[in-house]
Design a protein. Sequence first.
Length: 387
Amino acid sequence: MSYRIVIAPSGFKESLSAGQVATSIAEGVRRVFPDADIDPIPLVDGGEGTAAALALATGGRLVPRRATGPVGERIDAHFALLGGDGPPTAVVEMAAVAGLSLVPAGRRDPGATTTYGVGELIRAALDAGARRILVGCGDSGTSDGGAGALQALGARLTDRLGDELPRGGAALRTLDRVEVSGLDPRLARTELLVACNPFNVLCGPLGVARVFGPQKGAGPADVEVLSAALEQWAAVLARDVAPGADLRTAPGTGASGGLGAGLAAVGAALLPRFDVLLDRLDLDARLARADLVITAEGALDHQTVRGKIPAEVARRAHAAGVPVLVLAGTIGPGAHEVRAVGVDAYSAILPAPMTLLEAMDGSSGFLADATERSLRIVMLGTRLAAA
């Protein structure tokens, strides 16, 4: 019997792209089911690879640009111009210019890193004629609330003395005023959409400084500084730029270290990322035709059900009555929660204890081997059921 197997994984951060993950899983599938009809659908969540994936899906192209990286140095970055009908559309992938992978390990300080380059890429997209700009959020190395992006777009952020604030989230503690009269006027004529995780909020107990700051290099004291700074940012933005807006806890305001809040203040629409990103891939129809869906991510834990790719794939596959297997680099606390959203089984890919570097270096082979092991167990279960 020839099975139709959909492989719809995310990438493994700082290790494998979604496309590379799909290729490795397909290798493992072929070892067990050499005649399988494999449908690879590498998925992006707004983070690394989003611009390239959407350009490929629509017949568009990547546009290279030099821009300011997260630690303030000029780097090679890019945005995408999409093909297809409708208004000229660009994709600005924030990870391409302010992602965590662009922050050297010894300089990971989310109080100092900046989204200035994101604003520069938005301006470059406007220069290229875009009238709709989709900003993909994910894999960020910043926690500046989008302040840097607004500065690059022409906003002035000043302290009580009227001096311009330096870049970085920590500096927002001394913010007194935001002036947007110098904002690029083309923004008012452009549809600005932010593809974000709606579970991420700017402030409060689940604010980005507390939830993601430590992952970006913040210690306990740094987290408190950032939390206070982002509270100040939200308050001043709501007073000076977006009166009445909830920039503290509205869904998506915490996307990419608060970039969602900054862009929302100047008129961007914050949209659930999968509603924006997956519809172009005809994902639901492709899942419904499968006998099995295999998805994957670097870490399976309590955060997976809060807007991660495996949970989204499982929800959609479950609605079509298709079983789902998840392969993960690591399995952490709360991983069992994914069963409630449609995951039938999950498995870690590592064959033995090892260092993170060893795991990342061998991840492609580990994925192929883990896929083979899992599917041989599936075959055993099928034989027992038929006995």
